[in-house]
Ligand binder design. Structure first.
Ligand code: ATP
Length: 355
């Protein structure tokens, strides 16, 4: 299967500012890989290097073993979708989608058949003859997608393609993109700063910060095993609690803290406990002192689909927790009451202070 990408030691500076700092990355054929990071982290620069719009200062990229950086953009056989659609406004849907095929010398019945097929894949066949100016945002993005896949590129590059859409449509389009990718199996490099979108869509996520890939892994690895404080903070609703280290191990508010095996004591004197609020258990063995937190419920608020419960830790740090409505109000703490929480060892993640 074609579409293997090997990115090696790519550097790109703008003046003295390093936008890409020695980036290396292998993308498997058919993989959906997302570059996720905050604004200015270098995601678009890396995508633009792949697209051929930005020339790196050093490094190499091969696709299916062939050197890629020397090829001009039009020879790269890449499909591209951007946030702002970049459709030709004076052309119909059909002509927009047929454009890359005409550019490649495809015409007649073959052109019609492939355009029809691509429009069918994005559920736009019924609007083929409409002008693109008379389409909604979601429909335009479907046309842009059809235009990007119609010539069966070996790689699909997408830069925040859904960010102009409202939340509901964006979530719907995420599922459509995922289905389309499952069906076509085109190697895809996707840029977003939306962590939930990245978790939803990707086979693997490369978390980018300061021009570097700071962690590369599957969505569950990134979520459950963040390598450092930046990744833990960027993904999910995360809070950090201060941990003391002693000769007998880690302590949280003076109680022993059993951590997952892969935390090496001595990695940091002052590590942080990464708390994902949904991982906290409400019920535990009262005799179990390890990984127990004695907190106080400061607010209990009914919000229809769930209860929002604010708890205050012994040092005053507050966390927001959610409980499903299934309890019908039973078993909930009252305001001002003490509450005991437990964290399973497998979800007890420590990260170093620096990083
Ligand atoms: P965003 O999510 O905001 O698009 P990003 O992660 O895609 O951010 P890039 O667009 O890759 O970030 O930019 C990375 C850094 O390089 C930014 O600090 C940006 O200001 C800088 N940069 C990008 N292009 C240029 C340029 N042509 N000249 C100078 N600096 C640039």
């Amino acid at each position: 299967m074609p579409g293997r990408v090997e990115i090696r030691n790519i550097k790109k500076a703008y003046g003295s500012f390093l936008a890409l700092d020695d980036v290396s990355l292998d993308i498997a054929p058919g993989e959906f890989l997302t570059l996720l990071g905050p604004s200015g982290s270098g995601k678009t620069t890396l995508l633009n290097v792949l697209a051929g719009f930005v020339r790196p200062d050093s490094g190499s990229i091969t696709i299916d073993g062939a050197e890629f950086l020397l090829l001009p953009p039009h020879k790269r056989n890449l499909g591209m979708v951007f946030q702002n659609y970049a459709l030709f406004p004076h052309m119909s849907v059909r002509r927009n989608v047929g454009y890359p095929l005409r550019l490649r010398g495809v015409s007649g019945a073959e052109l019609d058949r492939r355009v029809e097929e691509a429009l069918g894949l994005v559920q736009m066949a019924h609007l083929a003859d409409r002008g693109v100016n008379a389409l909604s945002g979601g429909q335009r993005q479907r046309v842009a997608l059809a235009r990007a896949i119609v010539f069966e590129p070996s790689i699909l590059l997408m830069d925040e393609p859904l960010s102009a859409l409202d939340k509901k449509l964006r979530e719907h389009m995420q599922l459509e993109l995922k289905r389309l990718h499952d069906r076509l199996g085109t190697t895809t490099v996707y840029v977003t700063h939306d962590q939930r979108e990245a978790l939803t869509l990707s086979d693997r996520i490369a978390v980018v910060n300061g021009g570097k890939i700071v962690q590369l892994g599957t969505p569950d690895e990134i979520y459950d095993r963040p390598k450092n404080k930046f990744v833990a903070d960027f993904i999910g609703e995360t809070r950090f609690l201060p941990v003391e280290t002693s000769t007998s191990g880690a302590l949280l508010y003076g109680r022993p803290l059993r951590t997952r095996d892969d935390w090496k004591d001595g990695d940091s004197d002052k590590p942080w406990l990464v708390i994902r609020p949904e991982r906290l258990r409400w019920k535990g063995d009262e005799t179990e002192t390890a990984n127990r937190i004695e907190a106080e419920a400061t607010d209990v608020i009914y919000q229809g689909d769930s209860y929002l419960i604010t708890v205050r830790m012994p040092d005053g740090i507050e966390l927001d927790l959610r409980r499903g409505p299934d309890l019908g109000g039973k078993d909930l703490p009252e305001r001002g009451q003490p509450i005991q929480l437990w964290l399973d060892r497998e979800h007890t993640i420590l990260v170093a202070d620096k990083s």
